[in-house]
Design a protein around this ligand. Structure first.
Ligand code: GAR
Length: 200
């Protein structure tokens, strides 16, 4: 059974979807740790309820981003996970961390990448007037939301949508897409070939 560690900054609804999918036998994995940069993250509450060990690396307590990243890297190494899942981690992972775990970090993003990278992807989609939005799970490389794509789900944008309404509809698809991607990883069914991921 693969060991996964989830890295989250906030509410943690995607983390919850992963916990539930493991509990229901849909994902053959053990959730070995929740790592957060935010001591107030609601994800911590979810971890405690589910009995998942928590590691808090409080970004605000470090003198610089470099020192924070060193502590995060050490914590990730200690977690000894086969896969790190960024589920609402609202910072950019530094190159030293990405290079330490090649092909072992995935991220969920609330847009159909490569459109609308970075923060507030749903707001960008509404402002741009796209008719189709969605979510993407991808491997993390050194680019911003640019690593090889594992799965995507489409979500129609309605004329009545504001950022919040669209975000909520995308989120329900994220809760399917992320556990499904983790399942494929845990079943050794993801093969990275250059920029592409082949599902076998
Ligand atoms: C999710 O919509 C996730 O895709 C997004 O933050 C939200 C976290 O929700 N992530 C990003 O925007 C990363 N760039 P959650 O804490 O309830 O899982």
């Amino acid at each position: 059974m693969k060991r996964i560690a989830v890295v989250a900054s906030g509410r943690g609804s995607n983390f919850q979807a992963v916990i539930d999918a493991i509990r229901n036998g849909k994902v053959p994995a053990e959730c070995a740790a929740l790592i957060t940069d935010n001591p107030k993250a609601y994800a911590l509450e979810r971890a405690r309820k589910a009995g998942v060990p928590c590691r808090i690396i409080d970004y605000a307590a470090f003198p610089s981003r470099e020192v924070y990243e060193r502590a995060l890297l050490a914590t990730m190494q200690e977690a000894n996970a086969d896969l790190f899942v960024l589920a609402g981690y609202m910072r950019i992972l530094g190159a030293s961390i990405v290079m330490a775990f090649p092909g072992k970090i995935i991220n969920i993003h609330p847009a159909l990448l490569p459109c609308f990278t970075g923060l507030h992807a749903q707001r960008q989609a509404v402002q741009h007037g796209v008719k189709v939005a969605g979510c993407t799970v991808h491997f993390v490389d050194e680019s911003l939301d640019g690593g090889p794509i594992i799965l995507q789900k489409c979500v129609p944008v309605l004329d009545s949508d504001d950022e919040d309404a669209l975000a909520e509809r995308i989120l329900s698809h994220e809760h399917q897409c992320l556990p499904e991607s983790i399942r494929l990883f845990c079943e050794d069914r993801l093969v990275i070939e250059g920029r592409k991921v082949r599902i076998i």
